[in-house]
Design a protein around this ligand. Structure first.
Ligand SMILES: C[S@@+](CC[C@H](N)C(=O)[O-])C[C@H]1O[C@@H](n2cnc3c(N)ncnc32)[C@H](O)[C@@H]1O
Ligand SMILES: [Zn+2]
Length: 287
C-alpha cells in the first residue's frame, strides 16, 4: 500500500531523527510514536499534519506568505531555474560519489522545489533536508514534496548536530557561514546562489525604472573568507515565459514588495515575454 504524503515525510524524519539536536537544550533527539521529536531532556515538538516539524516556535510571520510560495512553486516548476539546478546537480553528484547515504540540506529552501528537483535528478540517492524560517514555505514543501525532512528553523541556529551534512545548498537566501561550517562533515561542500546584475532585469525596469539591483559587494570574496577551494560560475540566460506565468512571476519575488498597483498593472500591460536570469553559483569546501 502506498504511504500517505504525511507518512512519507514521517518515515524519512524517523530514519534521520539522529541528525537533530534540540533547539532548546541542544541534546540529541528521537522520534516518539511517529508523532513528535523529543530530546533527552523531554523537550517535545509535535509533527504537523503534513509531516513537518516546527523547531523555531518563536518564528514570527514573515513577508514570505502562502501566496508568494504558491507563485514561486508555479514559476520554479516551469523550468525557470533549470540551467542553475543542472549546475547544482552536477556539483552535488561529484561531491557524493563515494558517500553512503549522503545528506543534502537546503538552508532557506522556501517552498522546496529546488531540493525536490535535485533529489529526483539524483534518483533519490540523497537524504534531503529543507529548512526555512517561513512556515508557509515549509507547509507547501511538505505537502507538495513528500519524502523529505522538512522543518521550520532558523538557518543561523539550525537544530542539527555538528558535522552531519555532506552538502549545504543556499539559494537566494541569507547565509550563516559559521553555522554552515559547524554542520558540514569535514570535506563537505557549500553551494550558494546569488543574484547578478541582470537578474529579472525586465521586472526591475518597470518597478525601479531600470535602477540596478542592489547587490552584495564581492560575495565570492566573502565566501572565500570561510571556505577552501572556492570557485564560482555565472549562469546567464533568457527564459521565455509560458502563458500565464507573468502574474506568479511578479508575485514570487521580494523585488515587487511595496510596488503600487499601477506598477503591477503596467508590468502586465507591457506583457513581458522573456525574462533574464543572471545568477552566480559559488561553491567551496569546509575548512
Ligand atoms: C528569495 S527566498 C528563496 C527561497 C528558495 N531558496 C528559492 O530559491 O526559491 C529567501 C528565503 O530565505 C528564507 N529565510 C530568510 N531568513 C531566514 C533564516 N534566518 N532562516 C531560514 N530561512 C530564512 C525566507 O523565508 C525565504 O524563504
Ligand atoms: Zn531539549
Amino acid at each position: 500500500m502506498k504511504l500517505s504524503k504525511k507518512m512519507q515525510n514521517v518515515k524519512v524524519m524517523e530514519r534521520n531523527a539522529g541528525l537533530f539536536s534540540c533547539p532548546i537544550c541542544s541534546a540529541s533527539m528521537q522520534m516518539a510514536d511517529q508523532a513528535s521529536l523529543v530530546c533527552e531532556n523531554g523537550h517535545s515538538f509535535d509533527l504537523a499534519k503534513s509531516g513537518y516539524v516546527n523547531l523555531a516556535p518563536q518564528a514570527h510571520m514573515t513577508k514570505y506568505d502562502k501566496s508568494l510560495f504558491e507563485a514561486r512553486t508555479a514559476v520554479m516548476s516551469s523550468g525557470f531555474f533549470a540551467p542553475v539546478i543542472q549546475k547544482l546537480f552536477h556539483l552535488i553528484k561529484q561531491q557524493i560519489v563515494d558517500v553512503d547515504n549522503p545528506v543534502v540540506l537546503d538552508a532557506g529552501c522556501g517552498e522546496g522545489t529546488h531540493l525536490s528537483t535535485i533529489h529526483a535528478q539524483l534518483e533519490s540517492r540523497i537524504v534531503g533536508i529543507g529548512i526555512d524560517l517561513a512556515k508557509e514555505g515549509i507547509v507547501a514543501a511538505s505537502k507538495n514534496y513528500p519524502g523529505f525532512v522538512w522543518s521550520v528553523a532558523d538557518l543561523a541556529a539550525m537544530p542539527f548536530r555538528d558535522e552531519q551534512i555532506d552538502v549545504i545548498l543556499n539559494v537566494l537566501s541569507p547565509a550563516n557561514f559559521a553555522e554552515f561550517t559547524r554542520l558540514l562533515k569535514p570535506g563537505g561542500t557549500v553551494l550558494k546562489v546569488v543574484p547578478e546584475s541582470g537578474y529579472l532585469k525586465e521586472l526591475r525596469e518597470v518597478f525601479y525604472e531600470g535602477k540596478p539591483q542592489k547587490e552584495e559587494s564581492d560575495p565570492v570574496g566573502r565566501f572565500a573568507e570561510h571556505f577552501d577551494d572556492v570557485q564560482s560560475e555565472r549562469v546567464t540566460y533568457t527564459f521565455e515565459l509560458p502563458e500565464g506565468l507573468l502574474v506568479p512571476l511578479i508575485h514570487m519575488t521580494p523585488l515587487t514588495w511595496g510596488a503600487s498597483e499601477e506598477k503591477i498593472e503596467e508590468a502586465l500591460r507591457i506583457g513581458i515575454r522573456e525574462i533574464t536570469i543572471d545568477l552566480r553559483v559559488i561553491w567551496g569546501i569546509r575548512r
